[in-house]
Design a protein around this ligand. Structure first.
Ligand SMILES: Cc1cc2nc3c(=O)[nH]c(=O)nc-3n(C[C@H](O)[C@H](O)[C@H](O)COP(=O)(O)OP(=O)(O)OC[C@H]3O[C@@H](n4cnc5c(N)ncnc54)[C@H](O)[C@@H]3O)c2cc1C
Length: 383
């Protein structure tokens, strides 16, 4: 069993303290995703808006320690605690939780300065547009085109289920210059821009995420906006991104774990007179939360030791999504038939949990990654 040391315990305490501001926003965001605009001047939102998840990022201090959240381990500790407050509010925050690590990895000096400079200037939402109407889990099959236009490019295609797309001023779009895995590129775009249309999508869970669809018709992209242009082909494409995604996945798993915890905590706070069988059931859920947390901590340490080692992260993400779903469906059963009416927060949690299943890849696909890893011989990596 992995125990948090004093440093990580201080980080967890800081996240718990900041979580209060997210919890206060949870139901408002569920009603109206624009409610986030009234909460931007809180310490947690200010931090998320500029966090770079890299050693050179804006540090966070707690208990005399400094954190850049540049390890998966720090991230899982921090985000589980925020998620126990509200996952929708985390996703509603400005900043670049997915795009930031990619720009740090693949951007040249000018791109990094431009991108992170914009984030520092004012609260800025950034979309990360990978999923397409016909290609979600099968992201490698993406069809959005990046066609040459003199020295520059034109983007044409469609993206769907893109977080914060309707709010974003900047974005990363994944597109293809030719067929095959080495033919996919990531480019930086600004919004609004001619040819790029964003439509909000109506969702029933994680409404703070403000998902949108994006259509692009010959959107002009300067050559200087292509990430990894200074790197060899093998280092600027899919093979590099896999390492970024592997490091992000435990963070998403932590969100599922935090959500399951929130469901258990709510029951405990609002049903003080549990019958023995109910207490046993809640204790069993707590033990499952701890089990998946331990798996995720191991996954985070594995991916910190070797960013190509994402199999445990996939296992943790699949387990966390299932746990979130089961715990949030179990919680209303402690309150009888009218539970979701009497306790709207529990209804919201159950709706939100379905979203965790799809973030960062559905469980079937995570299981495929684990099985491929095992059949190829455990610690050997093909990415
Ligand atoms: C809250 C939220 C935020 C999101 N944010 C973003 C974002 O910022 N940017 C972005 O690009 N996308 C984002 N997404 C989209 C997300 O990445 C996709 O929903 C996910 O990749 C799954 O793709 P899909 O929805 O097309 O489902 P599909 O890939 O069509 O999957 C549908 C079902 O088929 C199953 N399935 C798929 N392939 C296989 C297989 N090979 N074997 C067995 N079963 C399979 C899946 O398990 C799933 O149950 C977000 C989604 C959510 C819910």
């Amino acid at each position: 069993m992995f125990e948090l040391d004093g440093r990580l315990t201080a980080l967890r305490a800081r996240a718990a303290e900041w979580g209060g501001d997210l919890a206060a926003l949870a139901m408002d965001l569920d009603r109206d995703p624009d409610a986030v605009h009234g909460a931007l001047d809180t310490p947690v939102m200010r931090h998320l808006a500029t966090a770079r998840y890299a050693p050179n990022g804006e540090p966070l201090t707690a208990g005399g320690h400094t954190f850049h959240l540049d390890t998966a381990l720090e991230q899982v500790v921090f985000f589980e605690e925020l998620a126990a407050a509200d996952v929708g509010a985390i996703l509603a925050a400005p900043g670049a939780p997915m795009a930031g690590p990619l720009v740090d990895l693949l951007g040249d000096d000018a791109q990094r300065e431009w991108f992170f400079g914009a984030l520092a200037e004012r609260p800025t939402w950034v979309f990360f547009a990978l999923t397409e109407p016909g290609h979600g889990s099968d992201a490698g099959g993406l069809e959005t085109r990046l066609d040459p236009d003199g020295d520059d490019f034109r983007l044409t295609g469609a993206k769907r289920y893109v977080g914060n797309a309707p709010r974003a001023r900047l974005g990363v779009v994944f597109a293809r210059v030719r067929s095959g895995p080495l033919g996919v590129r990531a480019v930086l775009v600004e919004a609004p821009t001619p040819g790029l249309t964003v439509e909000p999508l109506t969702t029933i869970g994680l409404r703070g995420a403000a998902l949108g669809s994006i259509s692009m018709s010959a959107v002009a992209v300067g050559a200087d906006r292509m990430l990894g242009r200074h790197l060899p082909a093998t280092r600027r494409g899919v093979l590099s991104w896999v390492r970024v995604f592997n490091r992000i996945r435990p963070r998403v798993a932590a969100m599922g774990i935090g959500m399951a915890r929130a469901a258990c905590d709510y029951v405990r706070a609002h049903r003080r007179d549990l019958r023995p069988a109910e207490r046993d059931r809640l204790d069993a859920l707590d033990r499952r939360v701890e089990g998946v947390r331990q798996l995720n901590l191991a996954a985070a340490r594995a991916v910190d030791a070797d960013p190509a080692d994402g199999a445990l992260a996939s296992a943790a993400k699949a387990r966390a999504a299932r746990l979130a779903e089961e715990a949030t469906l179990a919680a209303p059963e402690f309150f009888g038939p009218g539970a979701r009416l009497d306790h709207p927060y529990l209804g919201k949690l159950a709706r939100d949990a379905r979203g965790v299943e799809f973030m960062e890849g559905a469980s079937n696909v995570q299981k495929l990654i684990v099985s491929q890893h095992l059949t190829r011989g455990g610690n050997r990596h093909d990415n």
